[in-house]
Write a protein that binds this ligand. Structure first.
Ligand code: ATP
Length: 615
């Protein structure tokens, strides 16, 4: 089964004809002004615009799912084991053991595409990246938890009762032991507790929320239920929301690996792709729905999804999901539809950054939750070497060229050294991509003005090394896990330090090291203080000129979600511990909602409007 829309288009027998960029096997560059054109008889770009690159990598692009199509899978067969019944919470494992959900998949097992295959036989997965994870890099990482009765962490996956099928998939993923956030978050979630978890980029948060959800569904024996009177409506048990389409696609791919041959069915729904295919998938049954908010609202309005059976709600990049751009949609989905309230469902919020204002807002969605911070809240990992260079606006391109030439001279190339370049605007991305290509550096771009098909193609072309430079807006800033991103360049710095943290976090993942370079000039003065502070906290060398900028601009304000705060951020970062938030002596650790911000609408005055790149 093609995992994404463009895969399905590319695999369609009609072939080609969906625009020049749809040629999966060609490393052709299409200038921005020629994109989004209707198909022509010959989709080939003009020869002058063609940049051929890294012939050695040709053919590396098509990474289909390999396995047979799932199509036609209709039901879980013998899932008459709804003994769990209701929406009971809590780990509740007891001795009852694991419900056998294999019936449906057993019968249709040959139909379940192997998510591990990716076009190569399963044993070769052993050569995957995760073997190299450097756990020493996480050895002395500070961890803080707060809340009532925090379950103790575990040291190994074996200590946790996740079930055989899931354990098998963990082995298939080559996860030898849990990362720090997994060590703490998984037992908390398995105990049925709500969780707000903050852990550094690339530290394994996806598995930290997926494992307990899959395990909980398996344990309960509940399955994707159907209402005979509403056969076309899907009733997922878990909802995972993320801010971008590409991140939803990635979470879906990960969750499918984790739930392989467990009988747990994962479906993804995101904007920009034809809704009909997603509707068909949903009709076949769904346990875990991964979605972007906009598409989910559409599905809810069409009455094709009901949230009444939701037992698990996970928000990835939760601070982003609750900031001004997404908050109304999230409230609509979570509070104004038919989803069970906090205390009935279990809610898991994850991000690498959690501004206090957002924590306060998030409390509306949680019940008696545990706050977990692994590493410094919102800090960057020390695995990333950060360099800040003063570069005038007019010199940025030549400076970038120097960096890329130096990189090439060092012999690190193509797939082994991908470079991600962040810019401020969609136009700027197109223009820089074009300029790089005509200067002999194969690049592609991802931003909100590109079609979804082009976005997915660009990402695959980048991952494969065919175009080892990706010019991106913030649409690629969060969550994307792309192996071999060796260098993140902030050609234009963001206005917000948290965005910077997420952007540079595209490198230095899963214990590996990475490099992040930023071009700074006077127009970034408002970021100087938070940037200098962040670098200091991450044991980076702060240039003297930046310290001077920071001293000068510290009065200036600027858009900074972190607020005044000051001082080290580790310790007391659960906003419930901050007396200024703890109005009226309310027991913030008590059950039920916090009572803050019930009306919604955070007015903190930060954050740019959500661009069309999102969702
Ligand atoms: N226990 C583990 N052992 C080895 N590798 C792991 C383990 N857990 C996760 N990984 C790998 O670490 C990488 C980063 O994980 P993930 O994408 O979940 O990070 P994240 O914390 O969500 O990052 P971000 O904040 O950028 O979203 C992935 O490639 C994942 O497969």
């Amino acid at each position: 089964m093609p995992a994404t829309w463009s895969e399905s288009v590319e695999k369609a027998p009609t072939g080609g004809g969906v625009g020049a960029t749809s040629h999966a096997s060609r490393s052709t560059y299409v200038p921005p002004h020629l994109r989004n054109r209707p198909p022509s008889a010959s989709a080939d770009p003009p020869p002058s615009a063609t940049v051929s690159y890294a012939g050695t990598l040709a053919g590396n692009e098509s990474q289909g799912q390999g396995g047979p199509a799932v199509g036609g899978f209709q039901s879980y067969g013998s899932r008459n084991d709804l003994s769990g019944g209701g929406l009971s919470r809590g780990g509740g494992g007891g001795g009852s053991g694991w419900n056998n959900r294999n019936g449906g998949w057993d019968r249709g097992r040959e139909r379940e595409a192997n998510p591990f295959q990716n076009g190569v036989p399963e044993p070769e997965f052993a050569a995957q990246e995760n073997l190299g994870i450097n756990f020493d890099a996480y050895e002395d990482i500070p961890v803080e938890t707060s809340g009532k009765d925090v379950p103790p962490p575990v040291n190994t996956f074996a200590e946790i009762d996740l079930g055989d099928a899931l354990n098998m998939n963990i082995k298939r993923c080559k996860y030898v032991k849990p990362t720090p956030v997994q060590r703490h978050a998984i037992p908390i979630s398995l105990a049925g507790r709500d969780l707000m978890a903050c852990a550094q980029t690339g530290s394994g948060k996806t598995a930290a929320f997926c494992f307990p959800i899959i395990s909980g569904i398996l344990k309960s024996g509940q399955s994707a239920q159907r209402q005979p009177r509403m056969p076309r409506m899907a009733f997922p048990l878990a909802l995972i929301l993320s801010p971008t389409r590409e991140l939803s696609i990635q979470i879906h791919e990960e969750a499918r690996k984790f739930s392989y041959q467990t009988g747990v069915k994962v479906v993804v729904a995101y904007g920009g792709a034809p809704i009909n295919q997603q509707l068909r998938e949903l009709e076949r049954g769904v346990d875990i729905l991964v979605a972007t908010p906009g598409r989910l609202v559409d599905l809810l309005e069409r009455a094709r999804v009901s949230l009444q059976n939701i037992r698990y709600l996970a928000l990835d990049e939760a601070d982003r999901m609750l900031d001004m751009g997404f908050e109304p949609q999230i409230r609509r989905i979570v509070q104004q539809m038919d989803m069970p309230p906090p205390g009935v469902r279990q809610t898991l919020l994850f991000s690498a950054t959690f501004p206090k204002e957002i924590q306060r807002l998030a409390a509306d969605f949680l019940s008696n939750y545990i706050f977990l911070a692994v590493g410094r809240v919102g800090s960057s990992t020390e695995l990333i070497l950060q360099r800040i260079e003063y570069v005038l606006e007019t010199d940025k391109r030549s400076h970038l060229m120097d960096l890329l030439h130096a990189q090439r001279a060092n012999g690190v190339q193509a797939k082994q050294a991908l470079t991600l370049v962040f810019v401020e605007t969609k136009k700027g991305a197109d223009s820089l991509e074009h300029w790089l290509c005509i200067n002999g550096f194969p690049a592609t771009s991802i931003h909100g003005d590109r079609t979804q098909q082009e976005r997915e193609y660009a990402l695959r072309s980048f991952k494969s090394g065919k175009t080892p430079i990706l010019v991106a807006t913030d649409v690629a800033a969060r969550g994307l896990d792309i192996p071999h991103v060796a260098h993140v360049i902030n050609f234009d710095l963001p206005n917000d330090i948290d965005d910077y943290v997420h952007r540079i976090g595209r490198t230095g993942r899963a214990g590996k090291t990475g490099l992040a370079t930023a071009f700074f000039n006077d127009s970034n003065a408002s970021l100087a203080k938070s940037l200098a502070d962040l670098m200091q906290e991450s044991n980076q060398e702060v240039p003297a000129w930046l310290t001077r900028f920071a001293a000068r601009s510290s009065f200036g304000g600027g858009r900074n979600r972190r607020g005044q705060g000051g001082g080290g951020r580790f310790g007391g970062r659960d906003f419930r511990k901050d007396s200024s938030y703890n109005r009226g002596g309310m027991d913030m650790y008590g059950g039920g909602n916090s009572g803050y911000n019930q009306s919604g609408g955070y007015g903190g005055g930060y954050g740019s409007a959500v661009t069309s790149a999102w969702d």
